[in-house]
Design a protein around this ligand. Structure first.
Ligand code: GLA
Length: 541
């Protein structure tokens, strides 16, 4: 797993406003600088497939780029104009090079030039197999030539599909890695978007974004299905590595504007790539307003690069949240999947803030809703994702000897529902776990997680050591890898841990602002990877 690549800008102390005491608090978690790299925040752009399938040509691409500028999308952060399938011929030329089809009569380079002249970037599409899903030539065996041709044409982004190829898992991984290396060797920075229709752990080192699901279609069920798939992999998201629940359907006509706003909000809170898939040339004012809502886009492009996750399920309503790159600030969605209006409440405690006053802003109404104490309740319409920015106060940093399960995490992502405190994880339901049990020993305290899981605590540089027994819960049959991070430094890495092979963790966290407990899947994501941070304890001042 690559390190979380963000740097702390504010190294000193400053006084946080505390509702319950006036003591200055060490708060050097935020803000961070935007990371370096090809995709420090999720890529934003447009792709031809959802709306046009194989019916694309150079005129459409250039007109779309112009519309991206005139609609205000470029100014809102969109930069990639991406060709999908069917830009290329079925056969290669005599020397084995890919040939643009007759819909691109002058080739790709002039299209790239036109796009670059608008201060935008061009994306292209190919496939790891012998042919693309649409039957055009694939890159298998031609990876180096193709990468070099893309670079020579001025291409900035490659989406790489999974059709007509060997289904063997090792071959699949090797073929994606071969293209990743060819792009890196091409001499041009080219974002690599893997389209393998499911999460694979090796993608994290191969590209900047990876599809986590089957193809989206323009409907409510499909949108929410893909949301769940990306939620399951949330712990892997970080700057330069994003889970991709597929391109947006906003504006394509199959859903209501309420539903499109929900899709856009949930994609943004999930730090998903925001790749529009509609006709930008003819979109309605309402569609344009959705795609250019800069307050919602800011949730997506936040420099911390955390993927928002549910903090509570309440029947068909759920509360989603993530920390934003400013002390005490959270993006929050109150999501109603049901067919009736529902009151939904978010408490400050469940989004990792102190009780007391916090301000609430509605990011679709563009309206401050004032201050709320301890919690906020709103009536949420059917299929609405009420999208909020909450600014309150970070919780106290720990003091003395403290069980980690007593602390409020700043952030928690977990495969199966919520991280359990002092119990194992088991299913999506909260509080369902049994006692923590590792290698035959039962533990009263600790965290029960399911891989992949990422839990972040604020230490305020006041703690000296972290202790835990890191192992698979005795109720589990899977494997997982445990990592402990202090700020951007990996302090512990277990390697794959199977049942009955727990490791004791004792690490120095002196001077660290945040503690990250990361459990990765040691292979593909599995519901059997139930992992425990048993006896997790911090020693603090
Ligand atoms: C696959 C991909 C889609 C699209 C089509 C093109 O289905 O998942 O996103 O690229 O191929 O044929």
């Amino acid at each position: 797993m690559r390190p979380l690549a963000f740097a702390i800008v504010l190294a000193g102390c400053h006084a946080a406003t505390s509702p319950d005491d006036a003591a200055p608090d060490v708060d050097d978690l935020f803000p961070v600088e935007v990371a370096e790299g090809l995709a420090p925040t999720p890529p934003m752009g447009w792709n031809s497939w959802n709306r046009f399938a194989c019916d694309l040509d150079a005129d459409l691409i250039e007109q779309t780029a112009e519309a991206m500028v005139s609609s205000g999308m470029r100014d809102a952060g969109y930069s990639y104009v991406n060709l999908d399938d069917c830009w290329q011929e079925v056969d290669r030329d005599e020397s084995g090079h890919v040939v643009p089809a007759s819909n691109f009569p002058d080739g790709i380079a002039p299209v790239a030039d036109a796009i670059h002249a608008l201060d935008l970037k061009l994306g292209i599409y190919s496939d790891r197999g012998t042919a693309t899903c649409g039957g055009r030539t694939g890159s298998q065996g031609h990876e180096v030539d193709d990468a070099n041709d893309y670079a020579a044409w001025g291409v900035d982004y490659l989406k790489y599909d999974n059709c007509n190829a060997d289904t063997n898992a090792v071959v699949q991984q090797t073929q994606y890695e071969t293209m990743s290396q060819a792009l890196a060797a091409s001499g041009r920075p080219i974002v690599f978007s893997l389209c393998a229709w499911a999460f694979h752990e090796w993608s994290v080192d191969a590209g900047q974004l990876w599809r986590v699901s089957a193809d989206i279609v323009d409907g409510w069920g499909s949108s929410n299905f893909n949301l769940v798939q990306t939620r399951r992999a949330a712990a892997y998201a970080q700057p330069n590595g994003w889970n991709d629940p597929d391109m947006l359907e906003v504006g394509n006509g199959g859903m209501s504007d309420v539903e499109y706003r929900a899709q856009f909000s949930l994609w943004a809170l999930s730090a998903a790539p925001l790749i529009a898939g509609n006709d930008l040339r003819t979109m309605s004012d309402e569609t344009r307003a959705i795609l250019t809502n800069e307050e919602v886009i800011a949730l997506d492009q936040d420099a911390l690069g955390l993927q928002g996750a549910p903090v509570r399920y309440d029947g068909q309503a759920s509360v989603w949240a993530k920390p934003l790159n400013q002390s005490g600030t959270r993006g929050v969605i109150l999501f109603n999947e049901s067919e009736i209006s529902l009151p939904v409440t978010v408490s400050w405690a469940e989004i990792g803030l102190r009780p007391g006053k916090a301000t609430v802003r509605d990011l679709w109404a563009h309206k401050d809703l004032g201050q709320a104490t301890d919690r906020f309740t709103a009536t949420v319409q059917p299929h609405e994702a009420l999208t909020l920015r909450v600014v309150g106060t970070e919780p106290q940093i720990p003091t003395g000897t403290v069980s980690v399960s007593e602390l409020t995490p700043t952030y928690a992502a977990n495969l199966l529902g919520l991280v359990e405190r002092d119990a194992s994880n088991g299913t999506d339901a909260p509080g369902e776990g049994a006692a923590l049990s590792v290698d035959g020993t039962t533990y009263e305290r600790g965290l029960g997680v399911s891989a992949p899981s990422r839990v972040i605590y604020r230490l305020g540089r006041r703690c000296s050591s972290f202790h835990a027994v890191a192992g698979m819960d005795d109720g589990a049959t899977g494997t997982a890898s445990f990592e402990v991070w202090g700020d951007d430094e990996r302090l512990f890495q277990s390697g794959p841990v199977a049942a009955s092979a727990a490791q004791t963790v004792d690490v120095d966290v002196s001077g660290k602002s945040r503690l990250t407990l990361l459990v990765t899947s040691a292979g593909d994501i599995s519901d059997a990877d139930l992992a425990d941070w048993a006896d997790a304890t911090l020693e603090c001042e």
